[in-house]
Design a protein around this ligand. Structure first.
Ligand SMILES: Cc1ncc(COP(=O)(O)O)c(C=O)c1O
Length: 442
């Protein structure tokens, strides 16, 4: 065992202030992962845990995918770090070209970040700067959506629609408005794919335009499928309508594809699934198979080109020390290769119907009030315990982990998003164990 092997229980867990975690509860009864391969994690006691969430929507090609591991190893020994401010390294440029191929050349350029949150803030800044570069600097308003999650930067939490952020972090960015969310259990419960009801909610953008005037609005940002607030699937035609309205009013449309990008919908991006072309698209997670932190903003050519008419000098005053980090570029190049060689999208597509049937087989189990599915995503909504929101689903999460499956919960919704390399036996095990958990849940 190497001196850098970390498979034993840590002596103390006090110093690490854990993100998005009930620290006191976790540290009293920790869940410690020490290794991962393919569809499984191993915990500190040697138990195998089936990964029903691709970590955090991160590993489409499965854990420890050998080609990607090898690419990262090779790169770290060759070029550990290289700046991309007034400098460059070949892999960053090679990756950008390959990413354009992967989008089918619907986008012309890519800006690297290190996370989804940074991708979101970058996209918002590009939108503002783009209008300014074209002489429409009055377009400063940003429109998000209720129940949207766009990471944790001040831009992202401002356009996001999560009440907890407002309560905790104060007034946010000025000049932000929100579309209504589209979740409606009365009309759309137990939908497979896109729900029928709610397309008209896109027209709320007209109300916002009438209120503020289009000449003040820079961009609309939405997750095509909202993940972190509980798998909210857009109604039929909703995203197309939003696209039409943005085009009509000269407003940029940003799709936040941090979770829907890289195959989650069985297509390269949700934009392909819905046949809607955003102007900017934010990504992260699956971009490197989750193995090295990286995010990226994809830009239509005309947006990038608007910056290139400026007087000579730095065109966009923005970037991160680790934008285009060599290890992230190596991981992403290898990820794209694995997507192609192993036909990850084709495999995901071949699992989709079986996945959907498995999701909807939970109908009628105790506490289940909705089941929804699209691509290789599932949302299982539970009836909350009165006065204790989130407690019931979190109980399911803890029990599922003890039973050897990793699920994720948000409020009283269980969100599933497995690695795309899963097979039917994994679907059987995941839903079999989950059904048992639900049957015995308080
Ligand atoms: C849609 C969306 N946008 C942004 C983010 C933030 O990404 P990160 O946690 O990498 O900053 C997430 C994370 O889950 C996300 O789901």
């Amino acid at each position: 065992m190497s001196e850098f092997s970390h498979t034993a229980r840590p002596e103390s867990m006090s110093a690490f202030w854990m993100p998005f975690t009930n620290n006191r509860d976790f540290k009293a009864n920790p869940r410690l992962l020490v290794s991962a391969e393919g569809m499984h994690y191993k915990d500190v006691d040697g138990n195998s845990i089936l990964d029903g969430t691709a970590g955090l929507w991160c590993v489409p090609c499965g854990h420890a995918q050998p080609k990607i591991v090898g690419a990262i190893r090779d790169m770290v020994g060759q070029l550990d770090f290289a700046p991309t401010f007034q400098m460059g390294h070949p892999a960053a440029f090679e990756l950008a070209e390959k990413l354009m191929d992967y989008t089918g050349h619907k986008f012309g350029h890519v800006f690297y970040t290190n996370s989804g949150s940074e991708a979101v803030d970058t996209a918002l800044k590009i939108a503002l700067a783009y209008h300014k570069a074209r002489g429409e600097g009055g377009r400063t308003r940003l429109i998000g959506r209720e129940r949207g999650y766009h990471g944790v930067g001040f831009g992202g939490i401002s356009v996001g629609g999560i009440a907890g952020n407002r309560k905790t972090f104060g007034p946010m960015l000025p000049g932000v408005d929100h579309l209504p969310h589209t979740h409606n259990l009365e009309k759309n419960a137990y939908t497979r794919g896109e729900p029928e009801y709610g397309t008209h909610l896109a027209d709320e953008l007209e109300r916002i335009v009438a209120l503020h005037d289009a000449s003040t609005i820079a961009a609309v940002i939405v997750e095509p499928v909202a993940g972190s607030t509980g798998v909210l699937i857009p109604p039929k035609g909703y995203l197309k309508r939003l696209r039409e309205l943005c085009t009509k009013h000269g407003i940029l449309l940003i799709f936040d594809e941090v979770i829907t990008g890289f195959g989650r919908m069985t297509t390269p991006f949700a934009a392909d699934y819905y046949e809607v072309e955003p102007d900017l698209m934010t990504t992260a997670k699956g971009l490197t198979n989750g193995m090295v932190p990286m995010g990226a903003v994809f830009s239509k050519k005309h947006i990038h080109d608007a910056f290139m008419d400026a007087p000579p000098g730095i065109e966009l005053f923005h970037g991160y020390t680790y934008s285009g980090h060599p290890l992230a570029c190596a991981a992403s190049l290898a990820t794209l290769q694995v997507f192609e060689e192993q036909d990850i999208l084709g495999h995901a597509k071949s699992m989709q119907a079986y996945w959907e049937d498995a999701v909807h087989s939970l109908k009628g189990l105790p506490h289940v009030i909705d089941l929804r599915s699209i691509g290789l995503i599932a949302g299982i909504e539970l009836d909350p315990i009165a006065g204790k929101p989130g407690t019931r689903a979190f109980g399911a999460f803890k029990q599922a982990f003890a039973d050897g499956v990793l699920i994720r919960t948000t409020g009283d919704i269980i969100a599933l998003s497995p690695p795309l390399v899963l097979e039917k036996q994994h679907i059987d095990e995941l839903f079999g164990k989950l059904a048992t958990v639900l049957k015995h849940l308080d």
